[in-house]
Design a protein around this ligand. Structure first.
Ligand SMILES: Cc1cc2nc3c(=O)[nH]c(=O)nc-3n(C[C@H](O)[C@H](O)[C@H](O)COP(=O)(O)OP(=O)(O)OC[C@H]3O[C@@H](n4cnc5c(N)ncnc54)[C@H](O)[C@@H]3O)c2cc1C
Length: 467
């Protein structure tokens, strides 16, 4: 009789439970999933209220990474996935307080349409000329592990980095591009430089390959999808499937300690004196995992604790269409760090997904908080609402009272894959050799997107099944 205990009921822990239960060979006899909150899904949470579909955390996942689509298909959700509105795809960037359309022809977020780049008001003429140097500069021989900021500035110039690339790329991590590791976040960009001699040349080659149908270049087909009633549908369907497969699902259980003897693990929590386990998967944030392992393995705990996290918040606000002076003719806008705003981005949710607001209403979602700028933010619900409303007033001219609002605060939510992250993760994985039958899953290690987290759960099951 083998018992697998999974700690953490976000998408990584839920996926681990699923892949453990459907294993054709050697599945555990018993799977118990413990979650400290009173709901499943972790960062995935959707509120459906008065005809609005409001996402508190993620709102889509990337279809190009196979693991999200694969799980959706297995759960019978493929037919319920929808892409974002193809009719109004514009994205804007804030520049000196005004919205500028993102130049067309970005491939893997790198500009490949020269006309569009020449016309954009986002970058000065000297900045555009500096971007052109990408065609002349030889690839760096062995630059070592670089930050995203250093790499892009080296190829395209600092201005293009700050005005264009930083808000698009760093925003995904709520991170600081001058700290984020290129290798851990966008490794294919360095491949473009090495293979094609330059970033734009590489992006052009990727675009040509895609147009010829020669296979998809990584990052080139940014197709994001989501279930019709929000991402919680994925969680709800997965939980129902786990119940049908016989998993034991327990909410409100905060794990506070782990012990191992030669045969088994003991799990200590607020609910049970002790729970015995033959195998363990920790699908918790790295700092929680560190806390659980520290008494027995301070070295491993120190490595886990060294992964920094950024806090973030989303504020969704509903208005009458007539209360928004500017046409919401796109998916929204991103805000470069150098604009000095507390907001990071604003999604025009009801344009991106038209059915997510009733007729005549609009739904907007403001993101607040990014690495290195968190101290200046008032993290109370009222403080965040004020920041969001001020952002909408300044940029869109919205002064009306919102019809409804929802604030979701995510303390220490976004792991920062800073320079040094790949080596640290390698050491963490090597340190697990001291913990037979135990594996880690979740967004702290090999990818923060939902498909990566699903994959991490699957790989954790592989590890405990083979070790
Ligand atoms: C605002 C926001 C927007 C995002 N947007 C996108 C997006 O559009 N697309 C995308 O792909 N990704 C997006 N992400 C990233 C993605 O949502 C996350 O990386 C992913 O959901 C994390 O899943 P996880 O299972 O690793 O962790 P979590 O969801 O954090 O789950 C960990 C779980 O462990 C539980 N736990 C912690 N400690 C204990 C304990 N001691 N005992 C028991 N349980 C415990 C927690 O309560 C939590 O439920 C976004 C993230 C945020 C915050």
């Amino acid at each position: 009789m083998t018992r697998l205990v999974i700690i953490g009921g976000g998408i990584a822990g839920l996926s681990a439970a699923y892949y453990a239960l459907i294993r054709p060979d050697n599945p555990p006899d018993e799977v118990i999933l413990l979650e400290k909150d009173d709901r499943w899904g972790g960062k995935i949470t959707t509120e459906r209220v008065d005809g609005f579909v409001i996402e508190g955390g993620p709102d889509t996942f990337l279809a190009l990474k196979p693991w999200g689509m694969a799980l959706a298909r297995e759960l019978g959700l493929a037919g319920r996935l929808q892409g974002s509105n193809p009719k109004q795809k514009a994205t804007y960037i804030l520049h000196k307080g005004r919205l500028h359309p993102l130049p067309g022809g970005l491939t893997m977020m790198i500009p490949t349409d020269f006309g569009g780049m020449l016309r954009t008001g986002l970058i000065s003429w000297p900045g555009k000329i500096r971007m052109g140097l990408d065609f002349l500069l030889p690839p760096a021989k062995s630059p070592g592990e670089e930050s995203l900021g250093r790499f892009v500035s080296r190829r395209l110039g600092r201005e293009a980095y700050e005005a264009l690339i930083e808000p698009l790329m760093s925003g995904i991590y709520a991170g600081d591009g001058d700290q984020l590791s290129l290798q851990a976040t966008f490794p294919y960009l360095r491949d473009l430089e090495v293979k094609h001699g330059g970033l734009v040349r590489g992006a052009l080659a990727a675009k040509r390959a895609r147009m010829k149908g020669n296979g998809a270049a990584p990052g080139s087909r940014s197709m994001f999808v989501t279930p019709q009633t929000g991402l919680a549908e994925l969680v709800e369907t997965l939980v129902a499937r786990l119940e049908a497969l016989g998993a034991e699902l327990r909410l409100g259980v905060e794990v506070r300690g782990l012990e191992k003897d030669s045969h088994q693990y003991s799990v200590f929590s607020n609910r049970y004196a002790v729970l015995k386990a033959d195998r363990i998967i920790l699908a918790t944030p790295a700092y929680v995992t560190a806390q659980l392992l520290r008494p027995h393995d301070p070295g491993l705990a120190a490595l886990l604790d060294a992964i920094p996290y950024a806090s973030t918040a989303t504020i969704s606000l509903a208005y009458r269409l007539a209360d928004v002076p500017r046409p919401l003719d796109g998916y929204g806008y991103v805000i470069p760090r150098r604009e000095g705003r507390q907001a990071l981005a604003c999604t025009w949710t009801s344009t991106k997904f038209p059915h997510r607001a009733p007729e005549g209403m609009v739904l907007l979602r403001v993101f607040v908080g990014r690495a290195g700028q968190e101290e200046a933010i008032d993290w109370t619900e009222e403080g965040l609402l004020d920041i969001a409303r001020e952002e909408l007033r300044l940029t869109l001219g919205v002064t009306a009272e919102p019809l409804l609002h929802r604030v979701f605060i995510w303390p220490r939510a976004m792991p920062q894959y800073n320079v040094g992250h790949p080596a640290r993760v390698q050491h963490i994985m090597a340190g697990l050799a001291r913990w037979p039958g135990l594996a880690l899953a979740g967004n702290a290690y090999h990818g923060i997107g939902i498909p990566d987290c699903i994959h991490s759960g699957e790989l954790a099951v592989e590890r405990i099944s083979n070790g």
